[in-house]
Design a protein around this ligand. Structure first.
Ligand code: HEC
Ligand code: HEC
Ligand code: HEC
Ligand code: HEC
Ligand code: HEC
Length: 215
């Protein structure tokens, strides 16, 4: 990652320059240029400090994504939960399990669990979770079936072509916002028709111009 995208201010300046320079006229050609099937970190799956399983907690126990990722619908970033959220249950459930030792240490010591971040955009890209989930884009569109994963891995490329493909035609990926965390939701009719109705009603129009994502 670092090798492909050095997070230097130098690169950010170059890209801002490019974005301003090319402007709207270049939208089509730049899109064509960047739409090669680049794969950035797809499949990246680090070993986590605690053997936490989404398949168990979100899948089998049925905990809503918002229970732990509670900033998602009201902030630009998602954030992993603080240890307190785990202790809501694990103060009593499996409270002597060695697999939860680090969680207990973190809670009593006050230092956070060193979770390894998986999804990460380069600094020169602006992204906002709230804008997506309130418009009705489900977590599953960008993260896949997390509720079936024991260990989280990056499933979608999250590159520019991936973003633009949806921004140009969001309808099939728009659902009623209250269903965005229901990853197994199956529409009862044509998903595009459902999406088009919501798009009309809420005037949804994702940015396709460069400055929408490179600010
Ligand atoms: C009980 C709490 C809990 C629930 C419920 C939960 N998560 Fe998580 N999530 C975590 C923790 C802890 C991590 C960090 C460790 C890891 O990656 O497994 C995480 C990591 C993630 C990541 C990767 C973050 C990164 O570093 O890029 C994504 C994406 C994610 N969760 C999505 C979801 C989705 C979607 C749901 C609902 C289906 C969900 N989570 C439900 C606790 C939770
Ligand atoms: C439109 C695509 C998209 C949708 C929809 C989406 N995410 Fe993300 N998510 C991303 C991207 C891109 C990143 C990396 C963000 C960055 O680096 O700034 C990310 C990062 C995360 C992280 C890691 C954040 C951190 O602080 O390390 C978590 C957790 C997460 N998403 C959970 C969710 C949950 C839960 C939902 C549904 C309620 C969701 N996401 C919906 C694209 C999306
Ligand atoms: C709503 C309650 C609840 C919350 C919140 C919760 N868990 Fe759990 N967790 C459980 C249950 C129930 C089990 C399964 C216990 C069993 O197997 O009998 C479990 C099992 C586990 C296990 C496996 C323990 C073992 O010995 O096999 C780990 C590790 C774990 N959770 C980590 C976490 C972490 C980390 C968090 C916070 C991000 C968290 N849990 C939040 C209820 C919860
Ligand atoms: C599956 C569809 C989908 C994907 C994938 C997607 N977006 Fe979006 N995006 C949307 C929708 C829908 C909106 C909301 C537009 C509205 O409300 O008018 C949006 C809005 C935005 C906005 C405007 C937010 C604001 O606050 O003004 C930005 C910036 C953005 N997306 C960046 C990205 C980036 C970067 C990626 C790729 C990492 C991405 N999007 C991937 C559908 C998507
Ligand atoms: C919907 C969001 C979005 C829009 C609109 C967008 N980009 Fe991007 N752009 C991204 C993302 C995400 C990345 C980082 C991942 C990648 O390389 O594909 C990126 C990366 C780039 C890069 C670095 C690529 C590399 O290989 O180093 C350049 C240059 C760039 N964009 C220019 C543009 C220009 C010019 C436009 C307008 C024609 C534009 N972008 C419009 C999301 C967007």
């Amino acid at each position: 990652m670092a090798a492909i995208f050095p997070k230097s201010s130098d690169l950010i300046i170059k890209i801002s320059g490019l974005v301003i320079g090319l402007g709207a006229v270049a939208t089509v050609s730049a899109y064509a240029y960047f739409s090669y099937p680049a794969v950035i970190d797809t499949g990246y799956q680090p070993v986590q400090p605690v053997p936490y399983s989404h398949k168990l907690h979100a899948g089998q126990l049925g905990l809503d994504c918002y229970y732990c990722h509670f900033t998602v619908y009201k902030a630009a970033f998602a954030a992993v939960p603080p240890t307190q959220t785990c202790m809501n249950c694990h103060a009593k459930v499996k409270d002597t399990s060695p697999r939860l030792q680090l969680v207990r240490d973190s809670f009593s010591g006050g230092q956070s669990i060193p979770w390894v971040h998986i999804h990460r955009l380069p600094d020169y890209v602006y992204f906002n979770h709230e804008a997506h989930v309130t418009a009705g884009v489900s977590c599953v569109s960008c993260h896949g079936r997390i509720d079936q994963e024991i260990e989280v891995h990056q499933e979608k490329p999250l590159n520019m072509a991936f973003c633009l493909d949806c921004h140009k035609d969001p309808a099939p990926n728009i659902r009623p916002p209250e269903l965005v965390t229901k990853l197994d939701w199956v529409p009862d009719r044509d998903p595009r028709a459902i999406g088009e109705e919501i798009i009309r009603e809420k005037h949804i129009s994702p940015p396709v111009q460069c400055s929408g994502c490179h600010r």
